[in-house]
Design a protein around this ligand. Structure first.
Ligand code: ATP
Ligand code: MG
Length: 436
């Protein structure tokens, strides 16, 4: 993240501007009664733009290309939420952007996006003013050489379609995004049906922003989201997974995000392993840490199948599978050998299963499961042997002691480990060799 600073300004001035910007942004937190009264928005005079972003904007402007800050960082800063990740939108065609800066990466060149690397190797996205001329619900063919207003018009929601000129300190908000920020509303730019049909991912983005900011989705936008939910099946699994995971990480409450996915019909299509009602034990999802794989595994009846549909990595699928397999098989914490055996079997997934406890109704277990984390801690502190590697003998030792090379070696090691899990004091060379 870039240091927020107003390039060229002394520190004190920079700080004053930051304070000013955050005080002014308070004006956007308008009380509920504002829903009934017309809202007049006043933008802050200035936004604190990171020095490197400002430098890029200056270079483009000095070359004669109009350049504005747009997108999530503008929205977040107006809300008083920290975000230094300012995207730039410019009249400069992509090849000009590449020519003007020494170090660039063509991250999405066909859509006009070039990443400009700053002195610290941080990437800043610069996108040429564009308009979508044709889409199939997943991809867009874009046209450059259009105006800032055209560019704002192709953005998804009014709150994401506000532009700020970092040098002239002007604002452009043709779709009244600031008003919707104040009203806490997610509203499509233009006709919601049409906009969702252009790119169905926008439906999921609406749900994510709604859950993140605790904003209502505007009536017509919500209706259109529901009416077009079937189109979500056309999206690639990777884009859906990214949205779902990002939603879990950023939601005010995950239960709210899930309720939206269910209500709109997105869960039915992409998360059918998650039961339709979030009641009962699953209502405790908000108590879990914001780890998308853990949360998804917790919610799903068959976590591995869900993450396979979302084309997750094998590592994540295996993790989810282990959580699904072990969540009904916790050990009785009063019985140390059982806990050691459990730790030995669940291996690297032990910590996930301990984290999962926060979301479970512990009263349904016939033993005091809440004590498990402390017991595990004590076993780990004592460095009790839990795996074959921890045994005081190796396969070679067993062969030297007369065990026939082959499967018998593994079987014997497993038997010795079982004994050691029962009683760790048995883990000495003499004792184990005597048991061969
Ligand atoms: P965040 O980064 O917190 O997810 P964001 O609004 O910055 O939020 P990005 O995906 O970084 O989201 O996109 C930057 C901007 O690009 C958005 O604010 C929006 O103006 C536009 N945008 C992104 N995705 C779409 C889309 N699918 N349809 C239309 N506009 C989009
Ligand atoms: Mg962003």
């Amino acid at each position: 993240m870039g240091e927020v600073c107003c390039a060229g300004e002394p520190d004190a001035e920079c700080q004053r501007q930051r304070r000013l910007a955050s005080e002014l942004s308070l004006q956007f937190r308008i009380p509920h009664s504002a829903f009934r009264t017309p809202i007049r928005m006043k933008f802050p005079d200035r936004l604190p733009i990171p020095a490197e972003v400002l430098r890029i904007a200056r270079t483009l402007e000095e070359a004669g290309y109009e350049t504005w800050c747009v997108g999530g960082a503008i929205r977040d800063n107006l809300l008083g939420v920290e975000n230094h990740d300012f995207d730039l939108t410019t009249a400069a065609p992509p090849e000009e952007v590449r020519r003007l800066f020494k170090r660039t990466v063509p991250v999405g060149i066909e859509h006009g996006t070039v990443a400009v690397l700053d002195r610290d190797n941080r990437a800043h996205e610069v996108t040429t003013f564009r308009r979508d001329i044709r889409t199939d619900g997943r991809h867009a063919v874009v046209e450059f050489g259009v105006s800032l207003t055209d560019d704002l018009a192709r953005r998804d929601f009014t709150i994401n379609a506000i532009a700020y000129h970092p040098i002239r300190h002007e604002w452009r908000d043709p779709f009244k995004g600031a008003e919707d920020l104040a009203k806490k509303l997610i509203r499509s730019v233009g006709d919601a049906n049409w906009r969702f049909q252009e790119d169905y991912l926008r439906i999921l983005r609406a749900l994510r922003f709604s859950a993140r900011f605790e904003f209502r989705i505007h009536g017509a936008t919500l209706e259109a989201a529901k009416a077009n939910a079937q189109g979500l099946s056309q999206l690639s699994a990777e884009r859906v997974r990214e949205e779902w995971f990002k939603g879990i990480r950023t939601a005010g409450r995950v239960s709210k995000l899930l309720a939206l996915w269910i209500d709109v019909g997105a869960a039915r299509i992409w998360l059918p392993e998650i039961p339709g009602n979030g009641k009962g034990e699953r209502g405790k999802v908000d108590k879990l840490p914001r780890d998308p794989v853990l949360v998804t595994a917790y919610l799903a009846s068959d976590p591995a199948s869900l993450l396979t549909r979302l084309k997750s990595s094998n590592k994540d699928i295996e993790r989810a599978r282990a959580i699904g397999q072990w969540r009904e098989h916790y050990p009785d914490p009063r019985h140390l050998p059982d806990v050691r055996k459990w730790l030995s079997q669940v291996g690297e997934y032990g910590d996930d299963l301990l984290l999962l406890l926060a979301g479970l109704d512990l009263s349904r277990f016939p033993f005091p499961l809440s004590r498990l984390p402390k017991v595990v801690e004590s076993i780990r502190a004592a460095q009790d042997p839990l795996t074959l590697k921890d045994l005081a003998v190796t396969g070679d030792d067993l062969i030297a002691a007369g065990v026939r090379p082959g499967p018998e070696v593994g079987e014997t090691l497993a038997r010795l480990l079982a004994e050691v899990l029962e009683d760790p004091t048995h883990n000495t060379r003499e004792r184990l060799l005597a048991r061969v």
